[in-house]
Design a protein around this ligand. Structure first.
Ligand code: HEM
Length: 487
């Protein structure tokens, strides 16, 4: 981590001078009453933490205070303030420290949890693996995985069975991610793969540990901790397998060192070229990072988008019409460019991510003394960013709470668009966003062209619940489909 220097002191001085009023202390803000010594910590209801924070914003105002032990936490929901903070990384701001500690313990320390120069080094490699040029070369494999998903949905439609939407989408996203990033075709869609079962168990536990006041598991292992260790061991075994296979490919075909075909080969080649580039631990950590970051995020967003579109039949029909016109007789987008051009899918997904962002909260920590929104923040100050509340700010538009994909197409709602940051912002903006958008266009395009939506929702009706476990899940989504008649 870079040490603060004179320029930083000058930045704080400028921020102070820019605010006509003297900087305030977070302690002076209103906020929910806590307990002596522990503050609000024991009040946190983890599966609905985002709702709880949003409810407190309704009660105490968009900028309020929480207490974690003796530490004051600033909670913010203004889009511009959040964007300014996120842009000022990695120097002034970092992810909240327990995130790094908990992910490191899990052996998943990579670009998501790295900071400073370590992060810069890893970020370059990861970015190049997910750039549009690389995705274009991967497109035939993406089509193959999407065909498998289509076949499994067709089978369910013929049998009149309800599809467990989240489970099905997570098999899709894990197959796509492992194919693209590690050169492995897992095919969890056709047959369950143990990796999937174990991977799914990690996020809830990581989230729990990040939010616990004290790392009790260093001293005492409860049954859930032993269970978590078991899942971790199996995921590590799978990761070792991916790394060994990639190493073998590099050995068999040394030309791949110059032109690596996936992220894992690129990480290994970089490491071998210059022993200091990425350590063994960082290679494995980034494999796990990408597995975790690429699975639930995209699957949950797709689940929310499909549910919202089913709830808004006119928007769904507009999307179907666009897909029919673009695909003609094809069942799937015939090329990378055809998929990328599906604008109404991009608009629907943009709107779904605004109302149901899978990362509705981001937790940040100051590396040094700084100022934000008129508050003085000492080194180590923690700030919680309420991402969804920023995108639903009533000052932005009268219909801000409504699902209206058209606002992404006519360009009229620029203010709403700007306030929605589902992939984060600034230098740490999600590197998987092009892949995620492409996957969503493939799945929604395939769904629209080949199926009718009969039912989407939880068993028994109503809106699906929102459950936080690092990402925000829709609870209990089932989908029933019928095949569309072919012309
Ligand atoms: C709809 C799908 C997705 C959403 C909503 C999403 C959202 C996010 C968000 C909010 C962040 C934090 C950004 C920040 O700190 O400013 C992030 C970071 C990250 N995402 Fe995604 N993501 C998605 C899909 C993916 C995919 C498919 C991958 C890779 C396969 C991926 C890999 C990463 C990585 C490696 C980071 C860490 C970047 C860094 O710290 O420099 N994400 N993502």
């Amino acid at each position: 981590m870079r040490e603060p220097n004179e320029a930083d002191d000058a930045a704080v001085a400028r921020a102070r001078a820019a605010d006509a009023a003297p900087l305030r202390s977070v302690a002076a803000l209103p906020g929910p009453r806590g307990w002596p010594l522990i503050g609000n910590l024991l009040q946190f209801d983890l599966p609905r933490l985002h709702r709880q924070f949003e409810d407190w914003a309704d009660r105490h105002g968009p900028t309020y205070r929480l207490r974690l032990g003796r530490r004051e936490v600033l909670v913010i929901s203004d889009a511009e303030t959040i964007a300014a903070l996120l842009r000022d990384r990695p120097d002034t701001w970092r992810r909240m420290r327990p995130i790094e500690a908990v992910i490191r313990e899990a052996g998943g320390h990579g670009v998501f949890s790295a900071e400073g120069d370590d992060w810069r080094r890893q970020r370059r490699l990861v970015m190049s693996a997910f750039d549009p040029g690389h995705l274009k070369r991967f497109y035939p494999s993406l089509q193959r995985v999407t065909e498998r998903l289509m076949a499994s949905w067709r089978e369910a439609a013929r049998r009149g069975e309800a599809i467990d939407l989240q489970a099905s989408l997570m098999r899709y996203t894990v197959d796509v991610t492992t194919g693209l990033a590690f050169g492995v075709d897992l095919n969890t869609i056709d047959a369950p793969h143990p990796l999937q079962e174990h991977l799914d168990k990690l996020f809830p536990m990581l989230f729990r540990r990040v939010n616990l006041p004290f790392p009790y598991w260093h001293y005492l292992r409860l049954p859930i901790d032993r269970e978590y260790d078991r899942h971790l061991r199996r995921v590590h075994e799978a990761v070792r397998g991916f790394v060994q296979a990639a190493r073998q490919r590099l050995q068999d075909e040394p030309a791949r060192r110059e032109r690596p075909t996936d992220l894992l080969e690129a990480m290994l080649a970089a490491r071998d070229a210059d022993g200091s580039a990425l350590t063994e631990e960082e290679v494995a950590g980034n494999v796990m990072t990408v597995l975790l970051a690429g699975e639930d995020t995209t699957a949950n967003t797709l689940g929310w988008a499909i549910w919202l579109l089913h709830e808004h039949p006119d928007d769904w029909q507009a999307l179907v019409a666009e897909v029919d016109a673009a695909l003609g007789d094809a069942r799937l987008p015939p090329s990378f460019d055809a998929a990328r051009g599906l604008a109404s899918i991009e608009a629907s997904v943009g709107e779904a991510m605004r109302l149901k962002p899978v990362a509705p909260l981001l937790f940040m920590e100051a590396n040094r003394e700084t100022a934000l929104a008129g508050f003085r923040l000492p080194p180590g100050a923690v700030v919680f960013c309420l991402m969804r509340r920023a995108a639903l700010d009533a000052r932005l538009a009268e219909d801000v709470a409504d699902f209206r994909p058209g606002r992404w197409q006519d360009g009229a709602d620029r203010a709403v668009q700007k306030a929605s940051m589902p992939f984060g912002a600034g230098p740490r903006l999600c590197p998987g966003r092009y892949l995620a958008l492409l996957e969503m266009k493939m799945v929604l395009g395939m769904l629209a062209r080949n199926f009718e939506l009969l039912e989407v929702g939880p068993e028994g009706g109503g809106a699906p619940g929102e459950r936080m476990a690092f990402t925000m899940f829709p609870v209990g989504l089932k989908m029933r489909l019928a095949e569309r008649a072919r012309r």
